[in-house]
Design a protein around this ligand. Structure first.
Ligand SMILES: [Zn+2]
Length: 196
């Protein structure tokens, strides 16, 4: 299990829902080195997602299991998000993690190839179900300062990982996944889209 960074236990009530204006009011760039306050925001995001994925710590399922969270979702309108994707090695049964805690992330390149998750997307800040495909770029170039790696990172990601980054980046840019769903025909897809 990944360790927690704060003594305070993450709570479901930390999450700002999409009925609050602040979720869609945009985010400010973050100054490096991080201030104490901004460090706390990042640590709270990391702990929230880590606990949500931990069966022992999230016993009563108080936290909805999450793979990513963006700062405005815990009430801080700052350009930061955290992604934690567990990867199970089926041969060894061991779990490794694809993990990034990005500060001032930028998506600078997007493929024309579109991909979407077969069941659609979901979000911690959205209680109502919004069905439909969310078209995203299949491949992206994302860069930013990684709080955990303590350095600037530049990544090319594809498929599921790329979709997760684009979902979180949306939170910094006044968007939510359902804004991308085709209103007339939610499950509309073009022939060449990759459905994951
Ligand atoms: Zn979300």
């Amino acid at each position: 299990m990944l360790k927690l960074l704060q003594e305070e236990t993450p709570k479901a009530t930390w999450i700002v829902k999409d009925n609050k204006k602040s979720l869609l009011s945009g985010c400010k760039p973050v100054t490096l080195p991080l201030s104490k306050e901004d460090t706390l925001v990042m640590k709270k995001m990391i702990d929230w997602v880590r606990v949500s994925q931990d069966e022992k710590l999230n016993t009563d399922k108080e936290l909805t299991e999450a793979i990513g969270i963006a700062a405005p979702q815990i009430g801080a309108n700052l350009n930061m998000y955290y992604i934690l994707l567990p990867i199970l090695n089926e041969k060894t049964d061991k779990v490794t993690y694809f993990e990034h805690a990005l500060i001032n992330p930028k998506i600078s390149g997007k493929s024309k190839q579109i991909a979407a998750l077969k069941p659609g997307e979901a979000c911690l800040s959205v209680d109502k179900k919004h069905e439909g495909l969310v078209p995203r770029s299949y491949k992206i170039h994302v860069s930013g300062y990684d709080f955990l790696k303590k350095k600037h990172v530049s990544l090319i990601v594809r498929g599921y990982e790329a979709i997760v980054f684009q979902h979180e980046q949306d939170h910094l840019e006044k968007k939510i996944y359902y804004h991308h769903i085709n209103k007339k025909d939610p499950w509309f897809k073009k022939e060449d889209w990759i459905i994951i």
